[in-house]
Ligand binder design. Structure first.
Ligand code: HEM
Length: 511
């Protein structure tokens, strides 16, 4: 009897202790969760009056909204009705998405363009392959970046970018491309590799002082490495890697794959630099961009280092090849989908150029329909469909408070396809950009090269290349879809800039 009573007593005391422990643990867990949420909320809403948006969750932020919708434009279409044209998301750090010309223009021009002149691409992957944020594209707004940009721009101008003195380099490549196409006539072809090779060779010549045969295995391999690194970097797994820190231990292999690709790309560039260093003669006529940079490095060795050169070269080369080639691929796609426009471009080139030569830069002003078509393709394709900037100081944007270091993403795609600005926005209609006299009229609402302090450095060169490649292709060949095939998709594959899905065309040479 006593034993049972004692037993019960012990049991009672023990259960009380267990209950106390359970209560304590429960309270501890609840408190930890509360602290976690408070910390998350503090990071999610860094200042009062921060742009609204979905709150998200600790550890994963708002990745669920991002993953479901994919491209920024689709996210914006979904969230704008609820939060307005400026809203925020949480991608490891808060970021603000802006839509509409007025706000985008404010980002580019605010305080003479200074307030949003930094760049802070998300995030983790960048730290893996460019931890010091050197070079041009990804660099913060800093004295060092300004010096690199000023030097690169003046060197490019010295080479004659945007002027007829540089034209020859491009027309040589155009002629090579046309001769390849003649061999491919009448059989369905995917022309993306040839287009990328043609554009890349202009850059090889200018920056690296070399030229490749289109079939060269090393050349094709390195272009593939460049494209693949961008494509994987822009893919969904990378988005998770960048946005959700707790995913990183599980995505190590993926991260390593990206690093390996970047390292291979950088090794290719650094090999070219090493070859130049061996044969470089100070005070002699520079052979290309690398020589100019090495000479500058002798004058200011702390600023123009070999490490800086690696990232500057990568930004110039990859930034110019990927963008221009992707625009040309979309140009071809829109032309096969709009044969009437293609025919008009061809007719204009026949009228102005005739049959005895290829189009040249002097023809550009006399071919407004062609220029308007290129402009329309840039609007429709929006290959740089969003532009990332970062606040250099604590500032405001359309009345909202934006703390220093906040990423701001300009939704260019929505601007280019806004039905209030462009009736029937998805229709390819170059005449939107022509006035009553048939002259081309540029719109402030078409911003393929960005604007302000971080605006594209290669705009003049890109326009030359686009005109010479595009007008020559339209002058010499008719492109159409293989009979009986489904029309190709106009969707985009994300990358550094986006590209069309692979498609084949039939080439017919005009005789
Ligand atoms: C169709 C062709 C091209 C398109 C659509 C394009 C588009 C862009 C865009 C949207 C930006 C960001 C601008 C901003 O933040 O406001 C940019 C930056 C840049 N582009 Fe281009 N680009 C093209 C061709 C080129 C070429 C040919 C070069 C080099 C010769 C080049 C070099 C650069 C560099 C270095 C930057 C970074 C500038 C900085 O952050 O200071 N781009 N480009």
């Amino acid at each position: 009897m006593t034993l049972t009573w004692l037993h019960l007593k012990v049991h009672f005391v023990l259960s009380e202790i267990i209950m106390d422990i359970q209560q304590f643990l429960g309270l501890f867990i609840l408190l930890s969760i509360a602290v976690l949420f408070i910390q998350y909320y503090k990071r999610r809403w860094p200042v009062a009056n921060f742009p609204p948006g979905p709150t998200g969750w600790p550890f994963i932020g708002t990745i669920l909204s991002i993953r479901k919708e994919g491209f920024i434009r689709k996210i914006a279409d979904k969230l704008i009705p609820q939060y307005g044209k400026i809203f925020s998301l949480m991608q490891d750090v808060p970021l603000v998405i802006v839509t509409g010309y007025d706000v985008i223009n404010e980002v580019f021009q605010s305080n003479k363009g200074f307030d949003f002149a930094s760049r802070k691409e998300p995030m983790h992957i960048l730290q893996l392959h460019n931890p010091k944020k050197l070079g041009l594209f990804l660099a913060d707004y800093s004295e060092r970046w300004q010096q690199q940009r000023r030097f690169a721009l003046s060197t490019l101008r010295g080479f004659g970018f945007g002027k007829t003195s540089f034209e020859r380099k491009i027309t040589d490549e155009v002629s090579l491309l046309l001769s390849h196409l003649k061999d491919l006539a009448r059989v369905p072809q995917d022309l993306s590799t040839l287009l990328t090779s043609g554009v890349a060779n202009v850059m090889c010549d200018t920056f690296l002082g070399c030229h490749y045969d289109h079939n060269d295995i090393e050349f094709q391999h390195i272009l593939h490495v460049m494209e693949e690194s961008f494509e994987i970097h822009a893919g969904k797994k990378s988005l998770v890697l960048d946005s959700v820190p707790i995913s990183r231990p599980f995505l190590k292999q993926h991260a390593q794959k990206i690093i390996d690709l970047y390292e291979e790309w950088y090794a290719f560039l650094m090999n070219k630099v090493a070859e130049h260093q061996k044969s470089f003669v100070a005070d002699s006529e520079p052979r290309d961009f690398i020589d100019c940079y090495l000479a500058k490095g002798l004058e200011e060795p702390d600023i123009f280092t070999i490490e800086d050169l690696k990232y500057v070269l990568s930004d110039m080369f990859a930034g110019s090849t990927d963008t221009t080639a992707n625009t040309l691929k979309f140009a071809l796609l829109y032309m096969v989908m709009n044969p009437d426009v293609q025919e008009k471009v061809h007719q204009e080139s026949m009228r102005v150029v005739g049959t005895s030569r290829l189009p040249c830069l002097e023809d550009r002003d006399k071919m407004p329909y062609t220029a308007a078509t290129i402009y329309e393709i840039q609007r429709l394709s929006s290959i740089a469909h969003y532009i990332v900037r970062c606040a250099t100081v604590d500032t405001t944007l359309s009345g909202y408070s934006i703390p220093k270091g906040t990423n701001v993403i300009c939704n260019i795609w929505s601007l280019h396809l806004d039905p209030n600005l462009w009736p029937d926005p998805e229709r390819c209609d170059p005449t939107r950009h022509l006035n009553d006299k048939g002259e081309i009229v540029k719109s402030q609402h078409v911003l393929p090269f960005g604007a302000g302090r971080r605006m594209c450095m290669g705009e003049a060169l890109a326009k030359m290349e686009l005109f010479l490649f595009f007008s020559s292709l339209m002058h010499q060949f008719k492109f159409h879809l293989p009979p009986g095939r489904e029309p190709p998709s106009l969707d985009h594959i994300p990358g550094f800039t986006s590209s069309p899905f692979p498609f084949e065309v039939i080439i017919e040479e005009y005789l």
